[in-house]
Every structure is written in C-alpha cells, then in structure tokens.
Design a protein around this ligand. Structure first.
Ligand code: NAP
Length: 279
C-alpha cells in the first residue's frame, strides 16, 4: 500500500518515518524543497516533492499541514487523486475540518493523533511518537465505513490507542484536556513574569523545579498551534475557559475568607478526580 503524507513537519514526518519502517511505501509532499530533501536523506520517506502530483499513486493520504492550510491543500490535491484514494487529516480541531473536507472528497475520514512535543518542522520528527497515545477517528453518518476501518488499521499499526467519536464531541473534549491547558499554562507563565521586582523574577526562575516545569510546559509550546486551537475551536475553548475562571474564583474566595475547610475539600476532590484521567 502507498501512503501519502502532505506536510512533513513534527506530526507528518514522525508518521512517515514509522510507516516506512513498517514496510509501507511512503511518499511525502511539503512546502519547501529543503524539507523534501531532508526527509529523503534521513530515510523518513521513499520519495518527496513540493508537487501534489506525487500523490497520484497514493492509496491513503494523511494531511499533516497546519490546520489553516488543510482545506486549501485538499482542494488542490483533489485533481491528482485516484478515485479510490482515502484522505484523512491529523488536525487538532475536527468539526470545521471534517465539514469542509467531506464536501471536497467523499472518501474522507477525520483523525487526530494525540501526541506531540514542543518542537516543530521536519527536524522535530521522531520515531514511535504515537505509541500508546490516543488516536481519535471522527466519522460522520456519511463517512464510508471501509475508509474508517483502513485509517484505523494504519493508526493501530503505529501502536496508538484508537478511539471513535463525533467531531463535535472531540472538539468539546479536547477543549478541556488540550486547548484549555495551553491557555492556563500560558497565563501561569505570564503571571509569574509580571512580578514587578526583577530580582524576585530572577530568583523564581532559578528556584523553578519539577512542579513549574510540568505546569508551564504546554504554555511554552508553539504559539501558532495555540492560536489555531483558539481560532478553530473558539466556542468550546471559551466555554472551558469560563468554567475554569469560575473554579479559580472559588479557590480565591476560599483563600480570602480563610475557609481552609472548603479549600481542603476542593483539593481532596481534585486529587481524587485526577486519577480518572488515563494518561
Ligand atoms: P509542523 O511541525 O509545523 O509541521 C507542518 C509542516 O507542514 C511544516 O513543517 C511545513 O513544512 C508543512 N507545510 C505547511 N504548509 C504546507 C502546505 N500548504 N503544503 C504542504 N506542506 C505544508 O506542525 P505539526 O505540529 O506537525 O502540526 C501539523 C498538524 O498536526 C496540524 O494540523 C496540527 O493541528 C496537528 N497536530 C499537532 C500536534 C502537536 O502537538 N504539534 C499534535 C496532534 C496534531 P515545510 O515548510 O518545512 O515544507
């Protein structure tokens, strides 16, 4: 089977690398010639080009460009596709992408591998990025079943954990566990660095240890991704941010009122609830 990867960055490059190691013929398309050359030289793909015509012999094509470029890329890709080709994407937001792409190519399946690092571009591509990570498939009532099964089979070969849900449910769920944490973590970094005394800021930076490292990680990632999450998942992100603000206000209120009992109860509840997240 020939696999096509459009967008040879962190996700596309990592996926291409693993699929090639598994014996698939992997063809890559990226925006810059330098990226295509690098992908070939590192053995990430069998062949690469800046032209989407390379996708003519691909059976399953993964669109791994930034979210903002997914729909226009598929629009340009369609004239090159064989009639049986399956198109899927890896975008972090699903409802608007699935709606746009289903109209462009009926044999389309939305997907989202929930894995990443703070890096981007082909140099950030790594092996085994998707092992034991969730890979969400978001079919609609009109998505061809065979295409869903084929994409799931490929995702399973990456040793990812497969989940299926509606695009809208995906967007609401990832707002809570992916998009909200980025905004909370970014606010944490901004609040810490807003301390007016530069000596205290410097001291805090020197004393920062594992707790701050964990809680600031996603707020210190690729800014473009954060903007894309907000832009394409605006409604669900705002819903989760407003709820977060309410919970923060409750904590502030308990502390101002020296209501240590309520604070204790809240922290006991969150300690227990954290155990239900399957990371
Ligand atoms: P990335 O590292 O920046 O890779 C995207 C690559 O796409 C760029 O390096 C660029 O390659 C290429 N590209 C950009 N526009 C293109 C176009 N019009 N046609 C062909 N290639 C194009 O970004 P990423 O983190 O891999 O994210 C890619 C997708 O994965 C996004 O849709 C994102 O929502 C999703 N995603 C990201 C993560 C994460 O944590 N990073 C996790 C899951 C899903 P050159 O310019 O070098 O050629």
């Amino acid at each position: 089977m020939n696999i096509g990867i459009v967008g040879l960055g962190l996700i596309g490059g990592s996926m291409a690398w693993d699929l090639r190691s598994l014996g698939f013929q992997v063809l890559g398309v990226s925006m810059r010639e330098q990226t295509c050359q690098k992908a070939i030289a590192k053995g990430i793909v069998d062949d690469a080009s800046m032209s989407l015509s390379l996708m003519a012999t691909a059976d399953v094509i993964f669109i791994c460009t930034p979210i903002g470029a997914i729909a226009s890329t598929v629009e340009q890709l369609v004239p090159h596709l064989s009639s049986a080709a399956i198109v899927t994407d890896v975008g972090s937001v699903k409802a608007p992408v699935v709606q746009a792409l289903s109209e462009l190519w009926p044999n389309f399946v939305g997907g989202h591998p929930m894995a990443g690092t703070a890096e981007s571009g082909i140099d950030a591509a790594v092996r085994d990025l998707f092992v034991d990570r969730p890979y969400v498939i978001t079919p609609t009532p009109t998505t061809p079943q065979l295409a869903v099964e084929k994409v799931e089979e490929i995702a399973r070969s990456l040793r990812a954990r497969i989940y299926r849900c509606r695009p809208e449910d995906h967007d609401r769920a990832v707002a809570w566990i992916s998009h909200l944490p980025v905004m909370v973590s970014a606010s944490l970094i901004a609040a810490c660095t807003s301390e007016f005394d530069p000596d205290i800021v410097r001291l805090a930076q020197q004393l920062a240890s594992s707790g701050f490292c964990d809680t600031s990680r996603v707020g210190g990632g690729n800014p473009e991704l954060g903007v894309m999450m907000a832009k394409y998942n605006q409604k669900e992100l705002l819903r989760s941010l407003n709820s977060y603000r309410e919970h923060l206000d409750r904590l502030i209120n308990s502390i101002e009122c020296q209501d240590w009992q309520t604070l204790q109860q809240n922290l006991e509840q969150t300690q227990q609830a954290r155990g239900n997240f399957e990371f």
